[in-house]
Each structure stands twice: as C-alpha cells, then as structure tokens.
Ligand binder design. Structure first.
Ligand code: NOJ
Ligand code: NOJ
Ligand code: CA
Ligand code: CA
Length: 722
C-alpha cells in the first residue's frame, strides 16, 4: 500500500532544510525499499530506466577551480558574454555532488558537456566572439578540455559521483571537428584533428581524406545531412580506416576511465552502419547505455529515426516526447489528447520505448520557462516526464525556473542553487519512485481519463501500479467521474504530498474511484507496490550483442537460486550465468544462429517469465563497409537495396532488405552506396535489389562475393548485373 506516513501528508514538511527533507523522503520510501535491487546501483551501466539524469553544460554550472579558467579573449568574467568561457569545470560539478544539491534532488546520473580537448582559437561570427565553451568543437578526442580539468580531475569526478550513487554520462561528438573553411586554411584552426597531440589532418588540405568536402548541408535529405557539413563544421569521413580506428581508441580512453553512458551528438548526421559498428565495439568492450541526438521538429515523425533507435545498439533522445510536452504544457498549441496519442504511437514506433531519453528542454531549444509565465506548467511537465516511460533528463537550471529563448541565453550561468523551489521538491518527491516502484521505471502506460485539459494515465508492471492525474487548466477544477484503475481497493495519498495541489483518492473493489475533484492546475500521483510472486523481465541491455557478450536482465521475482535464461528456445545455464539475483541476472550469450531472439528466464522453481523481444545477436565483431553499385538504373519511385547471406545483410530478405542506398553525394546515380556494419573477417555473398511500385527485382548473375577486413573499413564496388 502507498505510504500514509505523516511526512507525506503534511505540507509543512516543505520547510525542512533539504538534507533533512531528503532523509525524510528516503525514509518514507523505505516501503518500496523491500524491492530495492541491483538496478538501483551505479554498477548497472546498461539499465537507466530507474535513473533521473541531470544535463549540465559544464562551463555554465560551477567554477570549482579558477586556476583552469581560459585567459584573455576566451574568458568572460561574470559570464556576461555567453559565447565565451565562464569558468565552470568538473571540480565544480563534484562540489554540487558533495554538497548534496544533486543527490538531494534525487538525481542519479549526470550528462556533462563533451569532455575532450577543443580548439582554443576565438571565432568571430557576425561581430561576436565565440569560444568552444560548449565542447562541440573538438581537436583531440584523447585529451581533456583543460578548461574543464585534467584526467585526474575527471577521475575524481567519476569517483565522487559513484560514491554518491550517481552515474556519469559523457557527451561525445564524432561527426565533426571544428568550424573550417574549404578555401581559407587560416580560418580558426582549419578543422585540425589530433591524436593524443599529434596532428592527423587539417580540413584543407586533407591529403589523407579524413574529411568530407561536399560543402554544407541544406538538410533536404538524410544523405545530404550525413555526408555534407553540418553548418561549417569539418565533417569527418568515417569510411576512412584511420578515422574509424581513431574513434574506437578515443572512446576506449573514456570507457577505461569508468564512464557509465554516452550521449552521441548529431547521430542523424553520421552513417548508420558506421555507428552500429562503433556501438558494436563499445558493447563488445565495456558495454554502456548509449543514446543519440536525432533532432525532430514539433510534429515530426521519422521512420529513419525509429530504425536507428531499434537497430543501432543505441537509444535516442526522445524528441517526439519533448516536442509534444512543450506543445501541450508550454506553448498551448496541442491538447492533452495529443499527449496521449504521442504516448501510444511512440510505444509502437520504438521497440524499447523505456530506453529512450525524455526531456522538456535542453541547450538547443528555448528553455521551458518563459519570462513572466506561471511556474505551474513547468512543474506539471516535470511531473509528467518523471512519471512517464523513458529515461528522464532534466536540463540544469530548469528546477530554478531559468529562462532563455535560445542559444546562448538558454545556456546562462546557473542562476541559483535554491533547494526549496517547488520544481526541486517535485523532482525530489518523484525521482525515488523510479527506483522503488517498477511501474514507473518499466511499466506499460494506459489512458484512464482524458479530455483536452485532463490526462489520467496508469503505469503498470506486474501488480505494481501508479496512477497520475494532471489538470492542465490552471483556473478551473474538474469533477472526475467514472475513473477505473488497477490499484487495489484502499485509500491513496498523493505521492507529490500536495506540492501541485493533488488530492487523496479512495479506490473501491473492482478499481472504481468515486467521483472526486481534481484541483485547478493539479497533479496527483497515487501508487502501489508489492513483491513479485512470478518472474517478470523488465529490461534487457544491451539489445544488440553477439556470442560471448554478456547481457544484463533486470526484473522482479527471479528468486535467489540460479535458474535458466532462454534465448528463444536455447537454454543458458551453469557457468554461462555469471550473476543471478532476485532482480538482476547476467548471462553470456551462447553460439546461437545470428538473428533476433526473445529473451526470457525460468526460475529454479520452474516459473517462466514473460519474453523480452527483439534481442539481436550479431554474427561477430563488426566492421563498417561501404557497398557501391554502379550502373543501377531505376524508374521513378524505384530504389536500390542490398541483401546478403548474413544476419547483418538481412539473410537475403527481399521484403525488408538493407536500404534504400544513397545516390547523390559520395557517388551519384546511376551509382548507389551505403555504409553498412557487417561481420569482420567474413566471406560475404550479396546482391542488389531494385524495388518500387511495380515490384521487387533481384539483380541477375552470380552472387557478388566479398571478404570483409579484420579491422578498419573497406569499400566494395560492383556493377549491377542484369
Ligand atoms: C547538437 C548539439 O546538441 C549542439 O549543441 C551542437 O552545437 C551540435 N550538435 C553540433 O555539435
Ligand atoms: C537469394 C539467394 O539464394 C541468392 O543466392 C540469390 O542470388 C538471390 N536470392 C536471388 O535469386
Ligand atoms: Ca574553472
Ligand atoms: Ca557527417
């Protein structure tokens, strides 16, 4: 039953100093602690569903060490020039961990700016000086940005974070180096790429072909955005073997320092196949949760985005979620029915919707809070995000109601560290529920009551339930009749302890809730947890692996005696199960036929779990290969696809082959190309396929045969066979 401890019913508790307050919240959550599990621990680097992430623009948070501040024109004392460095660093973030600001809010993961060495030159754009304070203008991916700290400072941050049960996520931006000009080598630092201090190449000249030289993208097609420059950023060619190897070695540097996850920048702008090959390296070396940034505009739904989330081995930032939440709560351009539709449609678009990273604002969009607006919509949007499927990420300062209409005013210096704002208290109240109630971390979502201003939704995992009621109308309370829930009969106080004007409900037998009033602008959270009686798999990570890889299975009711893990019908037992706990299992993937499997478990007592579907077992370690076909002529509406004799090339699947291939930039029609992640050191049979409105046509002749390299990249070029 939900807590009815006085701490949850007394509004006066808001006045407690935050340390006492945090202790009180933890104590109150001890009811759920019976279910506490390894997935609540920083040791789980693959399951972030129970975490709450806090996104920090490192330079803008806390200056913990003024000795590392850039000097001269790169630095803005007092942070008045927002395109220059302001002094924030890893020591400052460590301070915010150790003084309890982050842990007091319930934060269990931080996402920090790209940590790597950036260019130090100042670039003047339209009369304004710009420094690389944001970290997206890399020069050497194997060095630290000295303005943020040394490797020792970074290791200290990781150690401190882990000691405080906080995971560390680095931002990593391998799409490009820094702004460069094709015609002016003196512009900025000419896009230089360095390997641990040694120059590999400049943008122009570029004798080793490290970069693309096709000009800037007009964003017209996926291909245009991948192979042309994003703005003026020197775009790396990942088909270059040295570039590919460089990034595997560079991410290894940071994995070896103990990072827990990676946020990949601009994944829409890099070849899918190269990214899958990089993920395969990461997941084969030191697997960590990874999520990419694939921007979507309001209302935009993109199958290529979904394919990436479902097949690359990394999740994505959930822009559909963010844009809809902003339309509904911030901009008033959509109603609660849109919120519900987004929840339903994304649940089918994303194979693992719980692994997508949700948010309401970030460093690239106007801050959620507008000057002069009520605070309540932001508080409602936060409550919605913290109680919805997906991994919530909160942008620094949102809890302080910081405003800012866009880059760079949305990246101002952290305004205050006030632990008694309502937004801070909302996060503090809800974050621990993601650990204690698996309905919030892992559950399904069902609409229970809906109109344009009111959304009541229910999260459910096994017999664990949470019901959340939101009234977006800030002026009018509403009478809620006919509500049904899966909550067992009983009385439920608001887990938000009245912070947002919520109420208590009584649930009758059969789940009927007698008519009650939901206050104007209210959010109520009612929840129930209970010990599992049958095994239930909640999460599997990573979802792309290979024989010999280890998979982490989280859930409830596994028992404490080792049982069996199943990949489809293949049983994994004995020493291949390296950990078996009531809520977490680790197992080594056996040598099954490469392909897609349902994962399930059977307890020692012979109880069988649900299946967790679409787990990919790749053929082996991967390399990125560019497939080129020349003289492939098509009619309007037709495209060229690729299929071959391994799982990566779809096992000759003419219905869903790999593609369509590209035909405009690196090679042009009637030539077509794609960068594909394929097994290393393998003899690959393949063919091209022409598909269009009038059907599917395999090319003729014998199969093309190609042997992939053991490492590095390759290109195989063939002629279309009639
Ligand atoms: C997306 C990042 O979030 C943004 O801030 C950055 O400028 C671009 N990618 C380029 O790295
Ligand atoms: C699939 C495979 O059998 C392959 O060998 C063949 O070339 C194509 N189908 C086209 O018929
Ligand atoms: Ca500093
Ligand atoms: Ca690119």
């Amino acid at each position: 039953m939900t807590s009815t401890l006085p701490i949850h019913t007394e509004k006066t508790t808001f006045r407690l100093p935050f340390v006492a307050w945090a202790a009180a919240v933890l104590a109150a959550c001890s009811l759920g602690r019976a279910l506490a599990s390894p997935d609540t621990d920083v040791s789980n680097k693959l399951d972030f569903s129970t975490d709450v992430v806090y996104e920090i623009v490192t330079d803008r948070f806390i200056d913990g060490n003024s000795a590392n501040n850039p000097t001269g024109a790169a630095f803005s004392s007092g942070c008045v020039q927002l395109k220059l460095y302001c002094g924030g660093d890893w020591k400052g973030i460590q301070n915010a961990i150790e003084n309890g600001y982050l842990t007091g809010m319930g934060i269990t993961a931080i996402w920090i700016s790209p940590p790597v060495e950036n260019i130090t030159t100042i670039i003047n754009y339209s009369g304004v000086d710009n420094a690389a304070y944001h970290g997206y203008w890399a020069r050497d991916f194997k060095h630290t940005n000295p303005a943020f700290g040394t490797f020792t400072d970074f290791s200290n941050l990781i150690a401190s974070a882990h000691a405080h049960h906080i995971k560390v996520i680095i931002d990593f931006a391998p799409n490009h180096t820094s702004p460069a000009s094709q015609t002016d080598a003196t512009f900025a630092e000419n896009g230089v790429l360095k390997d641990n201090g040694t120059t590999l190449s400049t943008y122009s000249p570029d004798p080793g072909n490290f970069f693309h030289h096709y000009g800037g993208t007009d964003f017209s097609t996926l291909e245009n955005g991948i192979y042309k420059n994003l703005f003026d950023l020197a775009d790396l060619d990942h088909n270059n073997s040295t570039v590919d190897t460089y990034f595997k070695n560079a991410i290894k540097v940071w994995l070896d320092l103990g990072i827990d996850a990676v946020r990949f920048d601009a994944v829409k702008h890099m070849p899918f196949g190269w990214q899958k090959n990089l993920m395969s390296y990461v997941l084969g070396y030191k697997p960590v949760f990874s999520f990419g940034e694939w921007f979507l505009s309001p209302g935009e739904v993109d199958p290529a985005n979904q394919y990436h989330a479902n097949n690359s081995g990394m999740s994505l930032l959930d822009f559909e979620f963010a844009q809809t939440v902003r339309q509904v709560f911030r901009d008033g351009t959509a109603s609660m029915t849109s919120l519900d539709s987004m929840i339903s449609s994304t649940a089918t678009q994303y194979n693992q919707v719980n692994d997508q990273v949700t948010f309401i604002d970030n460093h690239d969009m106007p801050r959620f809070q507008s000057s002069g607006a009520s605070n309540r919509p932001l508080e409602q949007a936060l409550a919605f995000t913290l109680t919805s499927r997906g991994v919530p990420a909160i942008y620094y300062g949102t809890e302080q109601y910081m405003t800012g209409t866009g880059d760079p005013t949305n990246r101002a210096k952290m305004s205050s560290f006030n632990t008694s704002t309502t937004a801070y208290a909302v996060i503090q109240a809800l974050a621990p529920l993601r650990k204690s109630n698996p309905a919030l971390a892992y559950g399904t979502t069902q609409q229970r009551w809906l109109n344009s201003n009111i959304y009541i939704y229910e999260r459910q995992f096994g017999s664990n339930v949470a019901v959340i009621a939101i009234n977006r109308d800030l002026s009018n309370p509403a009478s809620i009749g006919g509500l049904f829930t899966a909550l067992p009969a009983g009385t439920y106080t608001d887990a938000l302890i009245g912070l947002l004007n919520g109420n208590t409900i009584t649930v009758g037998s059969g789940g009927a809730v007698p008519t009650f009033t939901l206050g104007a602008g209210a959010v109520s959270v009612w929840q129930f947890t209970t010990a599992a009686t049958t095994p239930k798999v909640a999460h599997v990570g990573p979802m792309v692996s290979r024989a010999g890889g280890t998979v982490t299975i989280d859930g409830r009711g596994f028992g404490t005696t080792k049982g069996t893990v199943f990949l489809g019908a293949t049983a994994v037992t004995g020493t291949s199960i390296t950990q078996w706990e009531d809520t977490e299992i680790k197992a080594v993937i056996p040598s099954v036929t490469p392909g897609t499997y349902n994962v399930s478990i059977r307890t020692a007592g012979s109880l069988t779990s649900n299946t967790y579907n679409l787990f990919q077992v790749l053929t082996g370690p991967q390399v990125a290969v560019r497939f080129v076909v020349n003289n492939a002529f098509t009619s309007a509406g037709e495209n060229i696809y690729l299929a071959g004799d391994n799982f990566e090339l779809t096992n000759w699947n003419a219905t869903a082959p790999f593609g369509p291939l590209f035909n405009q930039i690196v090679d042009a029609y009637p030539s077509w190309y794609a960068d594909v992640s394929v097994p290393a050191s393998s003899v690959i049979n393949f063919k091209l396929i022409r598909k269009g409105p009038s059907g599917t046509v395999w090319e003729g002749g014998n199969n093309h045969v190609f042997t992939s390299p053991a490492s590095g990249t390759a290109t195989v070029s063939v002629n279309w066979q009639n």
